[in-house]
Design a protein around this ligand. Structure first.
Ligand code: SF4
Length: 473
């Protein structure tokens, strides 16, 4: 039997690898926080780890294979470091449960999507009882106090905040409702408290997360919608920017669209997954809207907020998708002209309804369609980026540029990355930047001045006064 965690020499090294969506990113941050009191400190080098925490994704076949081969490759590390503990969590863990533990005998625990809050107890069990375990609670445990200050106290300027979990929609290709369960919204007071803590730790921008944020509020005793939540956050916290993801088109309300024009802190970017431009395919996907419904929402949104950036998801090669269906998707892309697009070739996900559908599309045809669609979108994205040249955009400075040596980097309200020369003490400030160049994934620019982002203490409304650069002390 090994030494109890509390008695082990500190610090213990925690290596976290996160696959998939922002919900997993958020859960990984929770794990980082929940394990800190046990003496775990995050490390970037897997070789140094005492504990490897893998947060897995099963949304696409490719993602799942990547996870499984990553777990397989850890066997050699475990042989060299027998005290190493390896825990797999997330959607693959939820789906495979004990089977995952049986398949990899070097894995110490499997934790389902509702078990992340119990990670400390899982580890204690492994250490104290020396047994491998599966933690798959049926229900979500009561939300622990996330205490954002401790959780994100490491200089992060942007942070995710989960506002709801789960999904009731059961799109036929999607495993999420099975692995994440039904929709559950967090109480407003909890969310506001977390954001206040984040703000106190230096966070300037929050990304509100949920599988379908537009359903926020159902089941809560507070009578509140997602638009209402955004307004409460804008009015009651000093956070500078608010973003959110993901929205189901059928639930996008006029009230929420109005926030893009009426709530200054809400970034002008909406990710609105369309998935297909063919009504027949949308029906088989059980998306509950038609291509015209989608276009009507886009037109309404653009009439309310003309310069909003729109991004989307598309699946090509869905079972039964004909050449004509695919052309309808291309037509829709041409009509909307998305700022950016995440596109995928359909793959069967075991346990979903679509996995049992006949008329599977030949993978070669699916690939050809994907290549055509991606080539078209790359051109549109490039044109949209080029159109930014000469404009002055407000950019939240986030840190050193990953792509451009010695420069700083930040994002516009439209979620475009901009690299520019600036002193590092401008991190966390909103700068006015003139866009001088465009690439396929980013822009470059010159700082024009800075925005006085202090908020009026009574109204918490930002003072948007633009000052010239350099900023006064
Ligand atoms: S809305 Fe559809 S695609 Fe999105 S999480 Fe729910 S079931 Fe999956």
């Amino acid at each position: 039997m090994s030494m109890p965690l509390g008695d082990r020499p500190k610090p213990l090294h925690l290596y976290i690898r996160t696959f998939g969506c922002q919900m997993n990113e958020y859960d990984s941050l929770r794990v980082r926080r929940l394990l800190a009191p046990l003496g775990y400190e995050p490390v970037a080098d897997i070789e140094e780890a005492d504990l490897i925490f893998l947060n897995t994704c099963s949304v696409r076949e490719k993602a799942e294979q990547k996870v499984l081969s990553f777990i397989g490759a850890l066997r050699r590390l475990k042989e060299r470091k027998p005290h190493l503990k390896i825990v797999a969590a997330g959607c693959v863990a939820q789906q495979l449960g004990e089977k995952l533990l049986n398949r990899f005998d070097h894995l110490d625990a499997v934790v389902g999507t509702r078990g992340v809050g119990s990670i400390a107890q899982v580890l204690e069990k492994i250490e104290l009882e020396g047994v491998r375990s599966v933690c798959m609670p049926e229900e979500n445990p009561p939300e622990p106090d996330e205490g954002g200050r401790e959780m994100f106290g490491s200089g992060d300027l942007t942070a995710p905040v989960t506002v709801m979990q789960g999904c009731n929609n059961f799109c036929t290709y999607c495993i999420v409702p099975y692995v994440r369960g039904p929709e559950r919204s967090r109480p407003v007071a909890d969310i506001l408290h977390e954001i206040e803590c984040l703000e106190a730790s230096g966070v300037r921008e929050v990304l509100l997360l949920g599988q379908n944020v537009n359903s926020y509020g159902s089941g809560l005793s507070d009578r509140i919608t997602f638009a209402g939540l955004i307004r409460r956050i804008a009015e009651n916290t000093g956070i500078l920017r608010i973003r959110f993801t993901t929205s189901h088109p059928k639930d996008l309300t006029d009230d929420l669209m109005g926030c893009f024009a009426g709530v200054d802190k809400l970034c002008k970017h909406l990710h609105l997954p369309v998935q297909s431009g063919s009504d027949a395919v949308l029906a088989r996907m059980r998306r509950r809207y038609t291509a015209s419904d989608y276009m009507a929402k886009v037109e309404r949104l653009r009439s309310i907020c003309p310069d909003i950036a729109l991004t989307s998801d598309v699946i090509v090669g869905f079972p039964g998708e004909t050449g004509e269906d695919f052309r309808k998707t291309m037509d829709l892309l041409e009509r909307v002209r998305f700022d950016n697009l995440f596109s995928f070739r359909y793959s069967d996900r075991p346990g979903t309804q679509a996995a049992g559908f006949a008329d599977k599309v030949d993978p070669k045809i699916g690939l050809q369609r994907l290549i055509e669609l991606q080539a078209y979108q790359a051109e549109v994205t490039q044109q949209k980026n080029l159109a930014e040249i000469g404009l002055v955009r407000e950019v939240l400075v986030e840190g050193a540029s990953k792509a451009s040596n010695g420069q700083m980097s930040g994002r516009t309200t439209h979620n475009r990355i901009v690299n520019f020369d600036a002193p590092s003490d401008l991190c966390g400030k909103i700068q006015r930047v003139e866009i001088t160049g465009a690439y396929s994934h980013s822009l470059k620019g010159d700082i024009m001045g800075w925005v006085d982002d202090s908020a009026c203490p009574e109204t918490n409304i930002l003072n948007r006064k633009v000052l010239t650069f350099p900023k006064p002390c």
